[in-house]
Design a protein around this ligand. Structure first.
Ligand SMILES: [Zn+2]
Length: 388
């Protein structure tokens, strides 16, 4: 097996030079249409029948399949095409290469992975490899915002196993945290500031709740831990209350961001918040609060005894000579959507730095090695007795 290093790196450079900033995050973002068409054309030129699914104007998924003979499990290699914004970056689309690193927005998250998938597929096609299971390659929209791409993808295609190629420094990620956002509003009663017998202050009532949430955040970090993902957490990124001096505030609203660990459910997390509200109402009968869920993204975990986890570890060992670690991520990824669709999913990507920061880069050797790992997983070219 020989990965075409020049093709893989040149493809990465071209990908980074295409603006695919998620337009929901930053006005003027390119979306996935240009980068999607580029990938679509690459796939056809490699002899793969590719398809484009338009999800919304300028937002699309690209998929392709190399058919197996049906004697093996199907595998999907997946990457998202959108990037976060470019504010503050000196030269976001340069694709400059220095000391084995390629710089630019999306180089690490996650165009390096797109290039590695295309590099692997090129070798499979050039060698006319006969696959056992189907190989699906998928490039999705909008991971950095609402994941419309991954949600649409699992409606269209399901495979037995998948690799979500988010950055892992060539370690094997088997779990990540999820999150939920709730909006909570306390209700007061408007009155003249001098009319304290009538007014009820929604902002001060929110203070009661904030104190309890603050204590809860401390407790979560001490008792709710996951061996790979660390602790659960809670914070309040937004608050808004009142509209004028000399008037009792009749409404105060916060957004609560709760980061969850594998095993925590939507219902349990919401119940814990409701419990706090109930306790405050027990102490202060005039306290009134309403709660509404705004967003929920499940945490994810795959058992490390699954064959796909072992295969990924073995393939990395064979390519790099190193036994990879099993790790977890603290942020959410599309893998949760794949997992919920019943696809056994592992997260595996290259080395790099500056994710969502002003200087982003990816290590080129790791991109080429990643392509080699993908090739081995797709073709099943893994030595069975190799330790994992
Ligand atoms: Zn990403």
């Amino acid at each position: 097996m020989m990965i075409d290093k020049n093709f893989t790196i040149e493809t990465l450079q071209k990908l980074v030079r295409i603006n695919s900033v998620n337009p929901a995050l930053e006005g003027g973002g390119g979306g996935e249409s240009d980068v999607g068409v580029f990938i679509y054309e690459q796939l056809w030129s490699l002899g793969i029948e590719a398809e484009i699914d338009e999800l919304a104007p300028g937002r699309l998924n690209v998929t392709g399949t190399i058919k197996g003979d049906g004697t093996g499990r199907s595998l999907m290699l997946n990457a998202h095409m959108d990037t976060v914004g470019i504010k503050g970056m000196a030269d976001p689309f340069s694709g400059r290469i220095t000391d084995g690193k390629l710089f630019g927005r999306g180089s690490y998250d996650m165009k390096g992975s797109i290039a590695a998938i295309l590099g692997a597929v090129k070798t499979i096609q050039t060698e006319k490899q006969k696959l056992k299971g189907d190989l699906v390659i998928s490039f999705v929209a909008d991971e950095e915002y609402e994941s419309i791409g991954a949600k649409a993808l699992v409606q269209k295609i399901k495979t037995d196993t998948a690799i979500v190629a988010e950055p892992t420094s060539l370690q094997v990620c088997t779990a990540h945290r999820g999150f939920g956002i709730w909006e909570i509003t306390t209700k007061g009663k408007t009155a003249h500031g001098g009319n304290h017998q009538v007014g009820v202050d929604a902002n001060m009532h929110m203070g009661l709740l904030l104190t309890e949430l603050y204590q809860m955040s401390g407790k979560l970090q001490s008792y709710r831990n996951h061996p790979l993902c660390g602790e659960a957490s809670l914070h309040v990124p937004l608050i808004h209350g009142g509209h004028s001096l000399f008037i009792y505030s009749n409404e105060c609203t916060i957004k609560v961001e709760r980061r969850t660990i594998p095993g925590e459910s939507e219902k349990n997390v919401e119940d814990e918040i409701l419990e706090i509200i109930k306790n405050i109402q027990g102490k202060y009968p005039e306290f009134q609060a309403g709660i509404k869920q705004v967003m929920w993204r499940s945490p994810y975990e795959i058992d490390r005894s699954k064959k796909i986890v072992k295969d990924v570890s073995k393939a990395i060992h064979e390519i790099t000579g190193r036994h990879p670690l099993i790790i977890g991520h603290t942020w959410w990824e599309d893998s949760a959507i794949f997992g919920e669709a019943g696809i056994e999913t592992v997260i595996l990507g290259p080395k790099g730095g500056g994710i969502h920061e002003e200087v982003e880069w990816v290590d080129l050797d790791s991109v080429v090695q990643l392509a080699g790992v993908f090739y081995k997983l797709a073709t099943g070219e893994i030595t069975p007795q190799s330790p994992g």
